[in-house]
Design a protein around this ligand. Structure first.
Ligand SMILES: *[C@@H]1O[C@H](CO)[C@@H](O)[C@H](O)[C@H]1NC(C)=O
Ligand SMILES: *[C@@H]1O[C@H](CO)[C@@H](O)[C@H](O)[C@H]1NC(C)=O
Length: 421
């Protein structure tokens, strides 16, 4: 929704009035799924496929408009390349969802990073999930917590719930590949092995023994699909690789610094756990792109030109290596094309030497591009991952309340810093 709660009833009233004016003024313009990218809209159903009706007051937009909400699967245009040639969308703290049901008590006190369920994230083209896993209540839970300990007020849900969503998606979409990156606080022996098996995910497991270690190419996506090696799992706990066959992230991946230094245009420094970005000893590059404090309404601004600048800085910092993953908060928020457009540019450049992935064509020389006009640039039939479900509403109202409670509770304490990753 475009509505914001900050100034209470007056704003609400004004925005209702604005909507009524819009309905009257633009009743002949577009509606019922006919509105195109950036067209003014009033109702959730006004915008066409892969779009939703949102807003971005932070960039001075005063009325709602159609915003892109779905990725193009690069493999649907250029298939058969090594996995590490593609760029995928990753949700930072995919489970830390605004309005997630309270399963562990009356209250949750934490920051939120996303606003739709993981199933919808996957349907909209997210192919990587960052999940924080903890021992909790004799089980493994997803928590947005601190000091390696999950509490009732930082818990979201048993990890198996989310892992089952991933299983349903992989089972329903037999050519899709998903990556899970675990911030791992699980100490129960074989705990992760068990929860992945219980969720039915072991059958998709990409074996750690087959992961390239010296910066070589990964197998092709076709090969991974054929072998059903469609789930990549990385852990932050080095002991799990020998103990449970779960890949230790920092052996296979480089990452830039997350948080505020990461969203400064032109800056892309390697994260302290990571080898240098240009070391070429890891074949995957995850680009973190989210501010230290996640704010829903600010995300549309971050996902505009600053993102393009940061991709450029990261590409250079890694010695002309394109990030394979772009990790963001509130991935659907933008001033138009957002993260999705940037991914199209990244994949276009790497996969076929074209400005956009939609300009790629199979079976021609690198750099031979289709003439992409506005009419055929829209993400439509090529996406096999399902339509934008329409069930995602951007709930700025609820989160604004949560956020002020958190600020209140933590403003006196540096504990705040501990919640951020
Ligand atoms: C904490 O959460 C667990 C798991 O849902 C629940 O069994 C327990 O009763 C909760 N404790 C409190 C004090 O709410
Ligand atoms: C691309 O297509 C558009 C619309 O069909 C056309 O006007 C334009 O001249 C084309 N450009 C090139 C470089 O072929």
């Amino acid at each position: 929704m475009w509505r914001r709660s900050a100034n209470g009833y007056l704003i609400l009233l004004l925005s209702h009035l604005a909507v009524h004016c819009l309905l009257i003024t633009y009743s002949t313009a577009c509606s019922n799924g006919n509105c195109q990218l950036l067209d003014s809209c009033a109702l959730a159903g006004d915008c066409g496929a892969a779009l939703y009706c949102g807003n971005c007051p932070e960039l001075g937009k005063t009325q709602p408009f159609c915003i892109r909400g779905q990725a193009i699967e690069p493999t649907s245009l250029i298939s058969g390349l090594p996995f590490n040639k593609y760029t995928w969308l990753v949700t930072h703290n995919a489970f830390s969802i605004v309005n997630a049901p309270l399963l562990s008590g009356p209250q949750r006190i934490t920051f939120y990073n996303q606003e739709d369920i993981v199933t919808n994230q996957l349907r909209n083209g997210v192919r990587g999930l960052m999940l924080d896993m903890y021992d909790f209540e004799n089980d493994i839970w997803l928590c947005h917590s601190f000091r390696g300990q999950c509490y009732n007020f930082t818990a979201f849900e048993p990890a198996i719930n989310t892992l089952k969503e991933v299983e349903s998606f992989l089972s329903a979409n037999p050519t899709e590949i998903v990556t899970i990156i675990i911030e791992d606080y699980v100490h129960s022996p074989k705990g992760l092995t068990r929860v992945f098996a219980d969720a039915g995910l072991d059958k998709y497991w990409f074996p750690v023994s087959k992961m390239p270690r010296k910066g070589d190419d990964w197998p092709t996506v076709n090969d991974m699909v054929k072998k059903n090696h469609r789930l990549l799992v990385f852990t932050s706990d080095s002991s799990k690789e020998a103990a449970e066959g779960i890949a230790y992230q920092w052996r296979y991946m480089v990452e830039n610094e997350p948080g505020d230094p990461g969203v400064v245009p032109g800056s892309c420094n390697s994260r302290k756990e990571s080898k240098p970005l240009n070391s070429r000893s890891a074949s995957l590059f995850l680009m973190n792109y989210f501010p230290t404090v996640a704010v829903q309404n600010g995300a549309c601004k971050e996902h505009s030109t600053n993102l393009v600048d940061t991709v450029g800085a990261c590409y250079k910092a890694a010695g002309n290596m394109m990030p394979n993953y772009v990790a963001v908060n509130f991935y659907m928020r933008s001033d138009g094309g957002g993260v999705f457009d940037v991914l199209d540019q990244m994949n276009g450049q790497t996969l076929c030497g074209c400005p956009m992935v939609t300009a790629c064509q199979a079976g021609v020389h690198f750099g031979v591009c289709r003439n992409v006009t506005a009419a055929n640039a829209a993400p439509t039939a090529t996406n096999t991952a399902g339509m934008f479900s329409g069930s995602v509403q951007l709930t700025g109202h609820a989160s604004a309340i949560h956020f002020s409670i958190i600020l209140y509770l933590f403003s006196l304490s540096s504990v705040m810093m501990l919640f951020l990753l």
